[in-house]
Design a protein around this ligand. Structure first.
Ligand code: SF4
Ligand code: SF4
Length: 64
């Protein structure tokens, strides 16, 4: 089944832990000059392993 990655951008503190944890380079940090947050750049590569969700300290990422 296709996995959906939901990012709660306003909760994300831009720590980058999920980016480093993802084995498939699905996530990337974006810096818009005012704040840093995570973005999905390679959704097709996501296996739905849930590692990003587990490591996020503020529960800003959810795998459905
Ligand atoms: S569920 Fe796994 S593969 Fe998908 S974005 Fe999170 S860490 Fe990467
Ligand atoms: S681990 Fe959570 S707070 Fe940190 S960059 Fe990822 S989504 Fe944002």
């Amino acid at each position: 089944m296709k996995k959906e990655i939901v990012i709660f951008t306003f909760d994300c503190i831009g720590c980058g832990k999920c980016v480093r944890r993802c084995p498939h380079h699905v996530l990337k940090l974006v810096d818009n000059g005012m704040c840093r947050f995570v973005n999905v750049v390679n959704e097709d590569a996501c296996t739905g392993c849930g590692r990003c969700q587990e490591i996020c300290p503020v529960k800003a990422i959810k795998i459905k």
